[in-house]
Design a binder for this molecule. Structure first.
Ligand SMILES: *[C@@H]1O[C@H](CO)[C@@H](O)[C@H](O)[C@H]1NC(C)=O
Ligand SMILES: *[C@@H]1O[C@H](CO)[C@@H](O)[C@H](O)[C@H]1NC(C)=O
Ligand SMILES: *[C@@H]1O[C@H](CO)[C@@H](O)[C@H](O)[C@H]1NC(C)=O
Length: 825
């Protein structure tokens, strides 16, 4: 049939027509469940159609399928039963169609007969519900709120109707419940509803068994595992392991030392649990010495630590996770002291320079010692070296006084290097030292001191005024003007005249000059005092004695005392006629103001009336008869005597001696004539003779001196064994002033010994010599008192005084009085 146009009415008509046809063709329908075994009888079609079973074969009854190529049933020609030919799977044939009808035709031939057979296939529950996957993965954020729904894959049951999925069941759990929803079309699906909020940190995942049940009988189930993964949400801030981290660190810790490691954990995962650290609230100084590793949380030293600057650092460490949740913790780092600071010595005050006269115990300085460390490390002991006259006296706290312990003397030590050492009590201890140079200031505490105890100056008389006598030197060890020496003469008198008229001293050099010419005969020595004074204030001084010894020069000619010089008086000596040869007739007395050799006089008769009659003692001046007086001798005798001293050159004087040979003064004629008659005529020749004899004597004298000098090693002879007594009345006053202390520098020693005795005394003394004990130039030193002991008080017998001259050559006169008797009458 073919219809060119369709309409609903037409379709209806067509369906009606088909039904009519079927019915009209006595169609049969059967209803069978699916999956019947092949051969199972569906029904007896022959009977249903009223066909003759016997004829079925003959009529070639057969089942034809129009639409389906496959025949699912067949006819048993013998019985007329419709049997299942092959497996009938409703799901395969009809899928989800609610009714599944297979149509066949029963074809009979002879005559051709068509019968429609419809076979309704009933579903049987032969398929369980099946989930598409065994495991259903669902991810739920832990932040999901209660009531959130999560659709799960539905289970599929290819059966239909009641045999399709009817019930879902979820394994009981705390979090999720199942909610079955009917779909708008048909079927049901399950939703998971959050019944309680998830916490990934509590339970990361859920594995729940989901069961789907169909409504068939028997019921069939299918299961799947619902794998719920709880997705992390950054709901946890990092948490530190400690709320406060404390660490103690020695201040000398090297760089990169790990001080402390902070640790925070974050329960979240992934980025949410990735904790990084950061320092916050840290001082600027702390930032310079500590660094935090952002990842590991290690706090390391990155700068120099100094307990003395900062002993404690406090900081906050923030821990932050990937999405910025933070928490913080406190870190306290205490720095412990290390003995890294040596003591410091501060000189707070110092008296410099210190006067040398400060008394022991004087405080000269204040020292302060500090140590920046703490505790024992700042306990400091302080000392100074041993060998200085100072000590440290502990004062309040860390102060010390520097105190003198002894007398200072700038002249010995003018400065001190005082080394102050300070040591702390750390371990190891540290020490430091400071050297202070302390000067000692001068005080004028030393007077000038002369180099010698006393000074002696020797000068020959008649010196030139201004000539240098000697020089004195005084030393003063004080400083500058306190040690500058100025010389001056101490005022005094010498022989009634001020010393300044004799000497002068150069104030700077100490050289002493003579101011005038000295006269040995006036004084032989004198003493002055020279003062040395320093320039300090007040000045100090000392003085020294300078002895000036004047030595003799032969500047005085002999002076004849007796007979009195011509013209002044007329003196005549009487010579007894009966005088024998050798009788003492008279004596020429002369003195010389000089001393020593210069005063050693010798007497010579230079002219006489009768040359053979009288002789004169060379040194005594005694005039003696040479032979007996005879009658023929002239009564008037006249002698001219020359007196010479022994100086160089020698000086001489002459005198005339008138002798009258007579026993009675009454016989004496006019003596004045005698003195004149020969004088004028013969004076010239006398002088010539005198000169010759003087020269001769001089030569002799020289020879004697030389002889003595050459024969020094031999035992010296006594050169003079006689002494002349001179009436003391004739001596000039200054000749009595015999100074025993005079020590002459010449090669000869002279001395005059004062004795008492008559004018005629004639004594000898013999000296004992000892070459070995008497060095050639040893000088004789005796004081006048030595003589006084021997002679008693010479002044007490003033009426008679004799000068005894003892002259030795180059040997010491070893005061003979102990060894030799001599007469004093
Ligand atoms: C004192 O110290 C100075 C240097 O400061 C040095 O030249 C001098 O020799 C020292 N003196 C003594 C006695 O040690
Ligand atoms: C000399 O000594 C005095 C104290 O006697 C003192 O005052 C003065 O300073 C000293 N002069 C010098 C140059 O040292
Ligand atoms: C000279 O010094 C002595 C001691 O050396 C002393 O006794 C005397 O007084 C001093 N004389 C004068 C004038 O200073």
């Amino acid at each position: 049939m073919a219809y060119t146009g369709y309409s609903s009415a037409g379709l209806l008509c067509f369906a009606f027509f088909l039904h009519v046809l079927h019915i009209g063709n006595a169609d049969v329908s059967f209803s069978i469940p699916e999956e019947m075994k092949p051969g199972s009888v569906i029904g007896n079609i022959a009977k249903d159609l009223g066909l003759n079973v016997g004829k079925l074969s003959a009529r070639k009854a057969r089942i034809d399928s129009e639409l389906n190529r496959e025949r699912y049933c067949d006819i048993n020609l013998n019985t007329g039963d419709l049997v299942v030919a092959e497996r009938i799977d409703r799901e395969a044939l009809c899928g989800e169609k609610a009714s599944c009808i297979l149509t066949f035709e029963l074809v009979l031939e002879a005559p051709l007969e068509l019968h429609r057979i419809s076979l309704q296939i009933h579903d049987i529950n032969d398929n369980p519900p099946v989930f598409a996957k065994d495991e259903i993965k669902i991810e739920i954020s832990e932040l999901a709120v209660k009531g959130s729904r999560f659709r799960v894959l539905e289970a599929h049951d290819i059966d239909i109707g009641q045999n399709a999925v009817q019930i879902y069941a979820l394994q009981t759990n705390d979090y999720l419940v199942l909610n079955i929803q009917s779909k708008s079309d048909r079927g049901k699906f399950a939703e998971l509803v959050l019944n309680r909020e998830l916490d990934r940190e509590e339970q990361q995942e859920l594995k729940l068994l989901l069961t789907a049940q169909d409504g068939g009988s028997p019921q069939m189930t299918g299961t799947a595992t619902v794998h719920v993964t709880v997705l992390d949400a950054n709901d946890n801030a990092p948490v530190f392991s400690q709320t406060v981290y404390k660490a103690t660190l020695p201040e000398n810790s090297p760089l990169d030392t790990v001080v402390v490691t902070v640790a925070a954990t974050d329960a979240d995962e992934g980025q949410n649990g990735e904790v990084t650290y950061e320092l916050s609230r840290i001082s600027e100084t702390g930032r310079r010495v500590f660094a935090l590793n952002h990842i590991t949380g290690e706090i390391k030293v990155i700068g120099p630590l100094d307990f003395e600057k900062e002993s404690m650092y406090e900081m906050r460490v923030d821990a932050k996770d990937g999405y910025g949740l933070t928490s913080d913790s406190k870190v306290i780092i205490e720095i412990s002291d290390v003995n890294d600071n040596p003591p410091e010595i501060h000189l707070k005050s110092l008296v410099n320079p210190i006067p040398e006269n400060v008394s022991p115990g004087t405080e000269v300085g204040i020292i302060n010692v500090q140590d920046r460390d703490s505790e024992n490390n700042r306990q400091v002991r302080c000392s100074i070296q041993q060998n200085v006259p100072f000590k440290l006296v502990p004062s309040i706290k860390n102060y010390y006084s520097l105190v003198t312990t002894g007398q200072l003397d700038r002249e010995l030590v003018s400065y001190y290097n005082i080394t102050i050492s300070a040591t702390d009590e750390g371990s190891p201890p540290l020490s430091s030292s400071k050297t202070v140079q302390l000067s000692v200031a001068d005080i004028n505490d030393n007077p000038p001191v002369f180099e010698e105890q006393s000074y002696s100056a020797y000068v020959t008389e008649n010196n030139k005024p201004g000539s240098t006598l000697c020089s004195v030197t005084a030393r003063d060890p004080d400083w500058r003007q306190n040690g500058t020496v100025i010389y001056s003469l101490l005022s005094g008198e010498v022989n009634g005249a001020p010393v300044s008229s004799y000497l002068s001293v150069n104030g700077d050099t100490g050289v002493i000059h003579a101011v005038r010419s000295f006269d040995y005969e006036q004084f032989r020595s004198f003493k002055v005092h020279v003062m040395a004074r320093d320039n300090g204030s007040p000045p100090l001084s000392s003085n020294v004695t300078v002895s000036v010894f004047i030595s003799d020069v032969n500047d005085n000619s002999p002076q004849i005392l007796y007979p009195a010089p011509e013209g002044n008086s007329f003196m005549t000596e009487l010579v007894p006629k009966a005088a024998h040869g050798g009788s003492l007739v008279s004596k020429v007395i002369a003195v010389d103001a000089d001393s020593g050799q210069n005063a050693w006089l010798s007497y010579h008769i230079v002219k006489s009336t009768d040359p053979g009659l009288f002789t004169i003692g060379l040194h005594s001046g005694e005039i003696r008869t040479q032979r007996d007086i005879s009658e023929s001798d002239s009564m008037k005798q006249n002698l001219i005597v020359a007196v010479k001293d022994n100086g160089q050159p020698s000086l001489s004087a002459t005198c005339s001696m008138y002798l009258l040979i007579s026993d009675n003064l009454a016989e004496v004629p006019e003596l004045k004539d005698i003195s004149y008659d020969e004088k004028n005529s013969k004076l010239t020749s006398y002088l010539i003779i005198a000169l010759v004899s003087v020269s001769t004597f001089f030569l002799t004298f020289i020879i004697i001196i030389l002889g003595v000098r050459f024969c020094r090693r031999r035992k010296p002879r006594l050169l003079f064994d006689g002494a002349v007594a001179i009436p003391s009345a004739y001596l000039p006053p200054n000749y009595a002033d015999v100074d025993g202390t005079g020590t002459l520098r010449s090669a000869y020693n002279y001395d005059a010994y004062l004795t008492t005795g008559s004018r005629t005394s004639d004594f000898k003394f013999v000296t004992s010599y000892n070459d070995n004990t008497l060095p050639a130039d040893q000088t004789l030193k005796k004081s006048p008192t030595d003589f006084a002991d021997v002679f008693g008080q010479p002044d007490e017998s003033p009426e008679v005084g004799h000068v005894l001259l003892c002259i030795t050559f180059n040997v010491d006169c070893d005061f003979p009085f102990n060894h030799n008797a001599f007469q004093v009458s």
